[in-house]
Write a protein that binds this ligand. Structure first.
Ligand code: ATP
Ligand code: MG
Length: 232
């Protein structure tokens, strides 16, 4: 399995209160697959994704990504892993406001070893003609296209998307999902996506339902549908 999480636990302590946020998570996702995580607010979805992406560390359990146990990496190795292997896409784009579209992508491609060509990536997300615009001159959907371009330009093994369509209307959401599907096909990128929209799970190979720190259901879709055919 490309992602193999077992017995993963994580607690946060604030003041005197300790909150067990992940209570022994089990999750497996194959290489080149699309996985969707569904679950109520506060159930631990982002915490789980951040640990898989090397932004945070688990307290115990195993997190193996592409054969590497990332809980065993030291800080430098973890930074390297995050930089080379992982692409992140968030609900609120996180683009750098005083850099153009092209420059926002360049910042990432400059520091990664296996970077793809910037123009090729911009063409893939259909933003080539807006390369010299600033983020404030773009619509939400266009900004999300740029943030996807920024995430995929380093040719990551794993694309982690935390509610990528959370701020978008349904037509725009559909085009973003189509784009993610296309990235998955063209580049063979494994994708793990958090969403509140259960309908989106129809395009995933595996669907994980989370409830208060655990995966309570894990299902496999034999037949996935294209983003165009998702019923909202
Ligand atoms: N850095 C932190 N310090 C303390 N508590 C935290 C921290 N990060 C998350 N939590 C707590 O962990 C729990 C799970 O948070 P998480 O962000 O993983 O939920 P989520 O499922 O992504 O929710 P949402 O759908 O609202 O984004 C919440 O109760 C949250 O308050
Ligand atoms: Mg979250």
């Amino acid at each position: 399995m490309f992602i193999d999480v077992s017995g993963l636990k994580k607690s946060y302590t604030t003041g005197l209160v300790t909150n067990e946020v992940l209570k022994g998570v089990e999750m497996k996702l194959g290489k080149g697959e699309i996985g969707v995580i569904l679950g109520p607010s506060g159930s631990g979805k982002s915490t789980l994704m951040n640990i898989i992406g090397g932004v945070d560390r688990g307290d115990s359990g195993k997190v193996i990504v592409d054969g590497v146990e990332i809980n065993n990496l030291n800080d430098n190795e973890l930074t390297e892993y995050r930089r080379e292997d992982i692409g992140f896409v968030f609900q609120f784009y996180n683009l750098i406001p005083n850099l153009t579209v092209g420059e926002n992508i360049e910042v990432v491609s400059n520091i990664s070893k296996s970077a793809l060509n910037i123009d090729e990536v911009l063409t893939a997300v259909e933003m080539q003609d807006k390369k010299h615009r600033f983020p404030r001159e773009l619509s939400g959907g266009e900004q999300q296209r740029v943030s996807i371009a920024r995430a995929i330009v380093k040719n990551p093994k794993l694309l982690l998307c935390d509610e990528p369509t959370g701020a978008l209307d349904y037509q725009t959401s559909r085009s973003i999902l189509r784009l993610l599907q296309q990235v998955n096909k063209e580049f063979g990128t494994t994708i793990l996506m958090i969403t509140h929209n259960g309908a989106i799970s129809a395009m995933a190979n595996r669907v994980f339902k989370m409830r208060s720190g655990e995966i309570i259901e894990d299902s496999v879709n034999q037949l996935t549908i294209s983003a165009e055919r998702i019923e909202w």
